[in-house]
Design a protein around this ligand. Structure first.
Ligand SMILES: CC(C)(COP(=O)(O)OP(=O)(O)OC[C@H]1O[C@@H](n2cnc3c(N)ncnc32)[C@H](O)[C@@H]1OP(=O)(O)O)[C@@H](O)C(=O)NCCC(=O)NCCS
Length: 214
């Protein structure tokens, strides 16, 4: 494929997560033409230019004639808001899938999804729009990952688990089969989830308990 055949993508975000996603976008065959960020600056080592602040995202996309975006912002609610804004402006989110990820042909992915290096997605798993499957996480069969949820680095999610929208499974946590994690819940780093987690609650520890509970 020549550069002129590649679909051009504008990345929203210019931090560490964006840098990782840009590599995955290149693996997925996209031509990343630049980033926008909250204040128009970006971390050093980004392989593309920061074209401005995200308050002018729509104008920048129009000026450089790009119709595809990837929102590479780690904060779940912010990623959801920015994605809605892109869609309203007719900018379609694409997926960023690392060449080192293993995505079953029998799994389903929405749009704007990141599947990063070492992530494993098994058959009949469903990943909704805007979710992050971060480095080396594993998602077993029949799992549902809700919109704009974040499965962080090294998380293990067993079969049949349901993860609600915007939930965060912190780095290195694990979830037993069939557990249900509510919307906007936070699972602390290293936690072992052995029963359902209510929406909007934070749990931590092994076994995971609600913050403040004994
Ligand atoms: C659980 C979490 C959300 C709590 O954050 P917080 O509200 O800022 O909590 P604090 O850092 O003030 O810690 C409060 C107490 O909980 C303890 N604590 C914090 N995180 C904990 C965890 N994951 N497991 C066990 N205890 C934890 C702290 O040691 C502290 O205990 P103390 O009061 O006895 O000193 C956070 O620590 C965490 O684990 N976030 C996950 C981040 C992550 O993985 N992001 C994705 C990266 S890819």
């Amino acid at each position: 494929m020549t550069a002129s055949d590649m679909v051009r993508v504008l990345v929203v975000g210019a931090g560490g997560h964006a840098r990782v996603c840009i590599e995955a976008l290149a693996d997925s065959g996209f031509d990343v033409v630049g980033c926008v960020s909250r204040d128009g600056s970006g971390i050093s080592g980004l392989p593309c230019r920061v074209l401005g602040g995200d308050e002018e995202l729509e104008q920048i996309a129009e000026r450089i004639d790009v119709r595809r975006v990837f929102v590479a912002v780690g904060h779940n609610a912010t990623r959801e808001l920015l994605t809605a804004r892109c869609r309203e402006a007719g900018l379609a989110p694409v997926n960023a899938i690392s060449r080192f990820a293993m995505v079953s042909a029998a799994a389903e992915l929405g749009s704007g999804v990141a599947v990063l290096a070492g992530a494993v997605l098994n058959p009949s798993a469903i990943v909704a729009d805007g979710a992050i499957l971060n480095t080396r996480c594993s998602i077993d069969h029949d799992v549902y990952i809700g919109p704009f949820a974040h499965v962080a680095v090294g998380v293990a999610v067993a079969g049949g688990v349901t993860v609600g929208e915007r939930a965060l499974l912190g780095v290195g946590s694990c979830v037993v089969p069939l557990a249900r994690i509510g919307a906007d819940a936070v699972v602390g780093a290293g936690a072992a989830v052995v029963r359902d987690v209510a929406a909007g609650t934070t749990v931590m520890g092994v076994p995971a308990r609600e913050r403040g509970a004994r």
